[in-house]
Design a protein around this ligand. Structure first.
Ligand code: B12
Ligand code: SF4
Length: 426
């Protein structure tokens, strides 16, 4: 049987980088399907969807709230054409009831070890309306290598430069931050994958550049250090969320190929200044993630924060506005306080204000968000800053002999050529 797997498109934010990362959830899900299911994958962010392509079952994978309306529209069209539609993924869990109105079946939870049942039900013509495994997570040992063969790789090159492949070494998170839905999704438990499985997955990735998408690597110091030690021989270069703030861990991370990290910058303290410096001292770049519009922030606080970001020499910054995503504490509070004025999920992209902030108007927060992007990238554009980070990684790859443009013809053009020229000049 043939399954058509779709990742619906969404609008990029104003300041977001123009390239697209390959989606992770769909290809990890695809690896959990029975072997006799043939999969055809479309990431609508990089290619058009062909509704006429033959298939038996349609599966829609949704990660963000800002994807769900598009996902529902796709499902409506397939169902009008007589196809059965199955939904799954993070935003299916966060918008389960509404999604059911557009689905033949919704799957809630992680799919490892569960898909034989769903496919058997489909074949027998008795798909259930809901498969709810939210509180019964599969054994973490059951997570296998992702089906990265499903990507059309050339669609994820940017100006001739090979982008990253996505990978995860753990699931869940033991923290519970105010704006985050991960507690609802994963039950506040950190679940590291066994090291042999991590290595098997890593070894199957034919790309020297990775994005380790784990929620936070700073959850168990011993595990984190073991992970980095195991990664050293692979000579990969990688991006990740936070790394433990400990010189021993940072040193191992650097040896394992840490390229740059996403690090929340939430105040103008010396701690943050020093934290960023410690990454830099280990040769690790920092992309600050900056959330604007929290109840404790005034206009002046936001402006001071932006000045501070320039002072501490962040490599990149990503600004988002506080967004009350469903199934977060923020959503519950703002809803109860009557502060949410916009329930159009297309606008839940973290770049559009959908609630009344405490210390300013919604319009003013929107203006400050624009001001933040414009100010931070005023003297050096995002493309230029990104270019600097790429230069660093290419230099390190050249040093350890792992530099290999995937497509030499492309790499000799524009961006790839510029990187090489820049390196030769310096
Ligand atoms: C990696 C990640 C990203 C990456 C995505 C890279 C990529 N190309 O995939 C990046 C960094 C780009 C990103 C960006 C953002 N992200 Co993000 N991200 C994540 C993160 C940490 C992990 C997602 C992941 O890959 N998990 C691993 C995979 C394997 O798990 P999975 O997708 O759940 O898939 C499993 C099941 O769901 C199931 N499944 C999946 N698909 C399907 C389909 C079917 C049919 C079935 C049956 C099953 C099924 O099978 C899989 C195996 O079990 C999650 C948090 C989390 N832990 O979920 C946040 C998360 C999804 N992100 C979130 C947010 C807020 C954002 C941002 C808006 C803001 C920000 N800066 O963080 C931006 C997006 C900006 C924009 N508008 O474009 C929120 C979502 C909120 C929402 N409701 O929209 C989350 C939940 C974190 C949070 N703060 O609460 N993110
Ligand atoms: S924001 Fe990060 S550290 Fe905090 S609960 Fe969410 S995933 Fe965990």
């Amino acid at each position: 049987m043939k399954l058509k797997l779709i990742y619906p498109k969404w609008k990029k934010l104003k300041g977001q980088t123009t390239f697209n990362l390959p989606p992770h959830g769909p290809v990890v899900f695809a690896a959990t399907l029975p072997e006799d299911v043939e999969v055809s994958f479309t990431d609508e962010n990089v290619e058009a969807l062909d509704y006429d392509e033959a298939c038996d079952l349609v599966a829609i994978s949704m990660m963000l709230s800002t994807q769900v309306k598009r996902g529902w529209a796709i499902a409506d069209e397939y169902r009008r054409r007589g196809k059965k539609v199955l939904f799954g993924g993070i935003s299916t869990m966060l918008h389960a009831e509404e999604t059911m109105e557009h689905a033949d079946a919704v799957f809630l939870g992680e799919s490892e070890g569960r898909m034989q049942e769903v496919i058997d039900d489909f074949r027998r013509g008795c798909l259930k309306r809901v498969y709810n495994y939210m509180t019964r997570q599969p054994a973490i040992e059951d997570v296998g290598p992702a089906r990265r063969d499903l990507y059309k790789r050339h669609l994820y090159n940017h100006k001739g430069v090979q982008m990253v492949d996505l990978f995860h070494a753990s699931r869940g998170c033991r923290f519970s931050c105010y704006p985050c839905a991960v507690t609802y999704l994963g039950g506040r438990i950190f679940r590291p994958r066994p090291m042999d499985k991590v290595i098997e997955d890593l070894a199957s990735i034919d790309n020297n550049r990775l994005f380790i998408v784990d929620n936070s690597l700073a959850q168990n110091k011993q595990w984190e250090m073991d992970l980095f030690r195991e990664m050293i021989p692979f000579k990969k270069k990688w991006i990740s969320h936070t790394i433990e703030d400990d010189p021993k861990v940072l040193d191992l991370a650097a040896q394992a190929g840490a390229w740059y990290v996403y690090q929340a910058v939430y105040d103008t303290s010396n701690y943050i200044r020093e934290r960023v410096k410690r990454y830099h001292d280990h040769g690790i770049g920092v992309e600050g993630t900056i959330l604007l519009g929290l109840d404790n922030q005034s206009e002046d606080d936001i402006k001071r924060l932006i000045d501070f970001l320039l002072e501490i020499d962040l490599d990149l910054a990503e600004f988002t506005v506080m967004t009350p995503f469903p199934h977060t504490k923020g959503y519950d509070d703002y809803l109860r306080q009557g502060r949410i004025f916009d329930f159009d999920w297309d606008h839940y992209n973290a770049g559009q204000v959908v609630f009344h902030p405490k210390q300013m108007s919604a319009e003013r927060l929107q203006e400050l968000y624009e001001y933040a992007w414009d100010t931070f990238y005023h003297d050096e554009s995002q493309e230029q800053k990104m270019f600097r980070l790429f230069t660093q990684v290419v230099m390190r790859e050249m040093e350890d002999g792992t530099f290999r443009p995937r497509n030499r013809a492309l790499a000799n053009k524009s961006f790839g050529r510029d990187v090489v020229r820049h390196i030769k000049a310096s």
